[in-house]
Design a protein around this ligand. Structure first.
Ligand code: NAD
Length: 235
């Protein structure tokens, strides 16, 4: 089975009603990221940060996967597919994908503010300020904040090195180290990018550009890839 690696960003969930980050002028739901998505913000005003992520979690729980998430899941019928997502939502899993690496965490889980390896499921949408981990430290959202290490980055880089086909969907490639993953994909691998506003790609080699929203571009590419394999099979 050929291996397809898909790197997704906020754009793939935009049509599910979850706002992207850079499309709204560098603000995230009206907030500067420094005020809600950094360790400094948590130290300065933990209640504000908790409430920000509680609202994001509420949005995620109310959202549904869209045609792009479902189409990527369908690829598993013919390919060995791994999705590496920068998204903190669970729409790939709910869309049926079985191998999903969350680079920036998963908002439906909580994390110890003392030891990031300790994570827990959350009942409902609200994480309260008096909830603590097994070490007695307050629980925060299980997300990677700007300025924090990205524990899954090495695993993700190894997965990119094994790709036979690489697909990038809905990412501005502005957030590092995630954006650097593209450089681990071997140069001879066929690479596709789907985004209504294709970001600048200088060092990353040749991409086949599909300048469409995810709900149009992803199902189109998936149906092409499914018939590719059928053709190969018939020959
Ligand atoms: P980004 O906001 O920086 O860029 C979004 C990209 O998606 C842009 O290139 C834009 O042109 C494209 N886009 C917009 N609408 C689209 C659509 N309908 N179909 C396809 N593409 C579309 O996103 P990023 O590169 O993922 O970086 C933002 C960071 O913020 C991520 O690391 C992520 O953790 C976080 N974030 C996550 C979510 C989520 O989990 N759903 C939402 C917002 C931000």
């Amino acid at each position: 089975m050929n291996k397809i690696v898909v790197l997704t960003g906020a754009g793939i969930s935009a049509e599910s009603g979850l706002k992207t980050f850079r499309d709204t002028g560098g603000l995230w739901e009206g907030y500067n990221v420094e005020d809600v998505a950094t360790p400094e913000a948590w130290h300065r005003n933990p209640a504000l940060v908790q409430e920000f992520y509680n609202q994001r979690r509420k949005n995620v729980l109310e959202a549904e996967p869209n045609a792009a998430h479902y189409a990527l899941a369908k690829l598993e019928e013919k390919y060995d597919v791994t999705i590496i997502t920068q998204n903190i939502d669970d729409l790939h899993e709910r869309g049926g994908s079985t191998k999903v690496v969350h680079l920036h965490g998963l908002i439906t889980r909580s994390q110890s503010s003392k030891n990031p390896a300790l994570t827990y499921p959350i009942e409902g949408w609200e994480l309260k300020m008096d909830e603590v981990c097994e070490l007695g430290s307050p629980l925060r959202a299980h997300v990677v904040w700007f300025g924090e290490a990205v524990p899954m980055i090495e695993t993700a880089a190894k997965i990119c090195q094994q790709a036979d086909i690489f697909i990038l969907v809905g990412s501005s490639l502005a957030v590092y180290p995630a954006a650097g993953l593209v450089n681990y994909v071997p140069r001879n691998v066929t690479k596709y990018i789907i985004d209504p506003k294709i970001p600048y790609l200088s060092q990353q080699g040749h991409f086949i550009k599909i300048e469409e929203k995810a709900m149009v571009g992803v199902p189109l590419l998936v149906s092409e890839l499914m018939s590719f394999e059928l053709l190969n099979f018939e020959f």
